[in-house]
Design a protein around this ligand. Structure first.
Ligand code: SF4
Length: 336
């Protein structure tokens, strides 16, 4: 269905360039995203990783066009979907893109579903509203989708209310809703944070399977490097509103080039470290209204030296083809 005249199927699926987002608050201007760049191809999984407040969810909200304005504003940059800059579209067109082309799954499925309607009604409404289906066809399609996300006894569960589902099953319903209109891009914002570990693995496996079947581009937003290890193709690590390292999954795990990435990796619990103390990253991310001079990571960085405390902040150095790191001393970090 052509929801957006002017799209070029040969253009990159999603191309985010020099994205800046700021929040104008009574305490000052918080630069939540400060020049983010990344691309996403069909069938590719990009993980955006970092601690709370590093700008990853705000990046997703900017792509979706759901920033709270005020206080949030996109002040610079481009978000191109198949060649069309979404930031230049009218709100009506963005709504169409959101419904049909780029979908999002949120962390808290319970608050994202309407408690007074059955899941079948909520799913069916998407098909009735956007595809003009009859009530009976919409219900049939809703059952199909619930089966695709592996909800047992979908034919009967379609008439249940959200509170009658477990946390993991509710997240499956959310995935079904996000996929209902066959989006090309799916953004999953901490999709497994509220779930226990075994259910987390099932949901990640389900997302990976559905992505392959549909050849979707998937953006996974998470603070947990352990969660993305098996499913991501590329990782963008964010800190204080900037992408500080971007690389393929193998490079990031084998030889991180930024001290922040390295510290995140060291803080993942490992079975072969039984009895040893888990490594933590000392200190807290900076307030975005008061980011340190020079490299924003310098107060927490074990490699920091004088040059790191001076402006300008490190640029995105090319570590290798398709690999960047914002660290003056990336060669030392990577162990070259
Ligand atoms: Fe650490 Fe300096 Fe590299 Fe920043 S530029 S990450 S402070 S070594």
């Amino acid at each position: 269905m052509d929801v957006l005249p002017g799209i070029d199927p040969r253009a990159p699926l999603l191309d985010v360039t020099n994205l800046h987002v700021e929040f104008r608050t009574q305490y000052g201007v918080a630069k939540a995203v400060n020049g983010a760049n990344f691309r996403l191809a069909p069938g590719e999984t990009l993980a955006i990783l970092g601690e709370s407040g590093c700008g990853k969810s705000v990046t997703a909200q900017a792509i979706m066009g759901i920033l709270d304005t005020p206080p949030g504003y996109v002040t610079q940059g481009e978000i191109r979907y198949r060649g069309v800059d979404l930031l230049k579209l009218t709100e009506e067109k963005r709504r169409k893109v959101r419904a049909n082309r780029i979908a999002m799954i949120f962390q808290d499925a319970l608050s994202s579903l309407n408690p007074v309607y059955t899941v079948g009604f909520q799913l069916g409404e998407l098909f009735r509203k956007h595809r003009g289906m009859s009530r009976a066809d919409a219900k049939k399609r809703s059952i199909d989708l619930l089966e695709q996300v592996k909800i047992p006894a979908a034919r009967t569960r379609v008439d249940d209310y959200p509170h009658q589902f477990s946390g993991g099953m509710r997240q499956r319903v959310m995935i079904a809703m996000a996929l209902a209109l066959d989006p090309e891009v799916l953004i999953a914002d901490e999709p497994t944070t509220a779930l226990d570990v075994t259910v987390q693995a099932q949901i990640m496996g389900l997302l990976a399977d559905l992505q392959q079947q549909r050849n979707m581009g998937l953006i996974l937003i998470t603070h947990d490097m352990g969660v993305v290890a098996d499913v991501a193709d590329r990782i963008s690590v964010m800190y204080a509103g900037k992408v500080v390292e971007e690389a393929g999954i193998y490079d990031i795990y084998a030889r991180p080039a930024h001290p922040y990435t390295k510290a995140l990796l060291e803080s993942i619990p490992r079975l072969d470290m039984k009895g040893q103390q888990l490594s933590v990253i000392q200190g807290l991310p900076p307030l975005l209204t008061d980011v340190p001079k020079g490299c924003a990571f310098n107060p927490r960085c074990r490699y920091a030296r004088d040059a790191c405390r001076q402006d300008p902040a490190p640029p995105a150095y090319a570590v290798a083809p398709n690999r960047t790191a914002r660290c003056h001393f990336f060669r030392e970090v990577i162990g070259e």
